[in-house]
Write a protein that binds this ligand. Structure first.
Ligand SMILES: [Fe+2]
Ligand SMILES: [Fe+2]
Length: 192
């Protein structure tokens, strides 16, 4: 495939953009594979913790699935800590932004706030307010985030837990990430 020759976006033609869109479509086809590879790379990380980060995410997702959560929520549980290595100071809002085009506002909100809600279990050990989550009491998603943490994320450091393997989540992951994205990206994707 030949490279386009424009040097700035305002000079590119409609044909250039259609060509770029088809390249982006190929990239999107590999999106789920890239996410799965990113998850797999979490194996063996966090040697100081009772379980590695992949196992923590698998436990969180397995607990969600065994509680009857829908596929989208299970995928959010699976990926909730995926970006900790790349976004150590904003992993909650980072994964919320990554998944936002494909998920409900409820699940986006829960992902974006799970860091503060998890703080209920440890912020006090650092002299912080463990009830900081209560600043969000008025949110319609407050109880969802409390449950996400209490039932799935908080207990997911158990080396004896029988987690489902990463591959078992692949169909749900491909389904959610294969959805028509919200927003203007969806319009561009529809041109492919
Ligand atoms: Fe987290
Ligand atoms: Fe977590």
């Amino acid at each position: 495939m030949a490279r386009a020759t424009f040097t700035r976006m305002s000079e590119a033609t409609r044909d250039d953009y259609l060509e770029l869109a088809s390249g982006a479509a190929a990239q999107r086809n590999a999106f789920a594979d890239d996410v799965l590879a990113t998850m797999a790379a979490l194996a063996g990380t966090t040697p100081e913790a009772p379980v590695d980060r992949l196992e923590h995410c698998l436990q969180t997702a397995t607990r969600a699935r065994r509680d009857g959560a829908d596929d989208e929520t299970v995928v959010c549980a699976l990926l909730h800590d995926m970006l900790v290595p790349l976004a150590p100071y904003s992993h909650d809002t980072a994964i919320a932004a990554l998944l936002q085009p494909f998920i409900s506002e409820r699940n986006r909100w829960v992902l974006a706030h799970h860091g503060i809600f998890q703080g209920y279990y440890y912020f006090h050990h650092f002299g912080l307010d463990r009830d900081k989550r209560d600043e969000h009491r008025d949110s319609p998603y407050y109880d969802d985030c409390v449950r996400f943490c209490a039932d799935w994320d908080e207990p997911a450091s158990d080396p004896s837990y029988d987690s489902d393997p990463l591959e078992s989540f692949a169909p749900a992951l491909r389904s959610v990430l294969g959805r028509e994205p919200h927003g203007y990206y969806g319009v561009v994707a529809a041109r492919d």
